[in-house]
Design a protein around this ligand. Sequence first.
Ligand SMILES: Cc1cc2nc3c(=O)[nH]c(=O)nc-3n(C[C@H](O)[C@H](O)[C@H](O)COP(=O)(O)OP(=O)(O)OC[C@H]3O[C@@H](n4cnc5c(N)ncnc54)[C@H](O)[C@@H]3O)c2cc1C
Length: 302
Amino acid sequence: MNKFNKCLIIAQSRLAALELGSAGKEFAQELSLVCLGAPVSAEGVDKVYALADREQSVTAYSTAIAALIKEQGYQLVLAEQCRNGRLMAGIAAAVLGVGVQTDAFQISAGEKGIVTKKLSYGGFAALTEESGSCGVICVGAGMFPAAEEKEASEPELLSPLSSGISTLERKEKLVQRTNLAAARRVVGVGRGVKDAESLALAEKFASAMEAELGCTRPVAEEDHLLPTSRYIGVSGVTVRPEVYFALGISGQIQHTAGCDQAGLIFAVNKDEHAPIFKGCDFGIVGDLNKLLPKLMEALANK
Ligand SMILES: Cc1cc2nc3c(=O)[nH]c(=O)nc-3n(C[C@H](O)[C@H](O)[C@H](O)COP(=O)(O)OP(=O)(O)OC[C@H]3O[C@@H](n4cnc5c(N)ncnc54)[C@H](O)[C@@H]3O)c2cc1C
C-alpha cells in the first residue's frame, strides 16, 4: 500500500492524540490533528486545530470539521473510538462518501488501503474490511504505541456553528479515570471474583504488583463491581502490558482479543479446562481466594 498523502486525526484525549499520531505516521505522509479536548500535539503532526469554545457541544463543530476535510482534501481520517470521535467519524465518512471501519482489534496496511479486523457474530467470526483510496477508521485505545508529545504550536481555532441550542448547565460525569491502555502491568478480574471481599483481595494483589486493575465485561456491566472504563476486550479497552494476570477469567475471545498482545500472561482459574489456559504462558489451577494470599506472601518475602 502506498501511504495516504494527507491524514486528519480527530482525538479527544491527550493519549489518543499521541497514539493516533503514531498510527498516522504509519499510514500517511502529512498529518493534521483536530483536538476535541485540550490542545496537544504529537511528533509527526504538521498542523493542529482546536475548538474555539470547548463549552460548546462537539456537535456544533461538525460543519467546521466537514468543511476542513473537504477543503484540505484529507484522504484518511483516524478518529478516537470514543463517543465524540465516532460521531465525527460518521461526519467524515459522509463527506468522503465511504463507510467507517470501527471496533477493530487489528489495523494494518493492506494492498489497496488500510485493513481492519473486527469480531462478528458475537465473536465467532472475524470480519476483515479494507479501505479504498479514502478511509475513515475509528481507533481504539492501546492499538498503537503513543508517539512523543510535541510542544503544541498555536493551534488554528475551529468555529462552532450557531445551532440554536445553548448549554444551560454542565454536570461532570463521575467516571474513574484509568490508564489501562498505557499500563505496564495489568491484573484483570473475571466473574471468578464474585464479591467485594474477593475484589478487595484482587485489588491488594494488583497494588502489590504495582499493576492497574482491569476486568471482563460482565464484571463491569452485569455485576457492577468495577466501572465500565475498566473492562478489557473487543468492545472495551485494548491493553498491551508487559505482564497480564487473568484472575477468574474464563478466556472467551471477546476478552482475550483485548489482552493477547501482553508480553506474558498468567492465569488463575479453578477450572482446569478453562479456555484461558490455552492462551496463557503460565497457568495455575486453583481457587483465587486461596491462591492470592499465598502469592502476596511470596511477593512480600522476595
Ligand atoms: C458482542 C459481544 C462483545 C463482548 N465484548 C466483551 C469484551 O469486550 N470484554 C469481555 O470481557 N467480554 C466481552 N463479551 C463477553 C464474553 O463473551 C464473555 O462472556 C466474558 O468475557 C466472560 O467473562 P468472565 O470470564 O469474567 O466470566 P465467565 O465466563 O463466567 O468465567 C468465570 C471464570 O471464573 C472461574 N472461577 C470461578 N470461581 C473461581 C475462583 N474462586 N477461583 C478461580 N477461578 C474461578 C470459572 O472457572 C470461570 O472460568 C462480549 C460478548 C459479546 C456477545
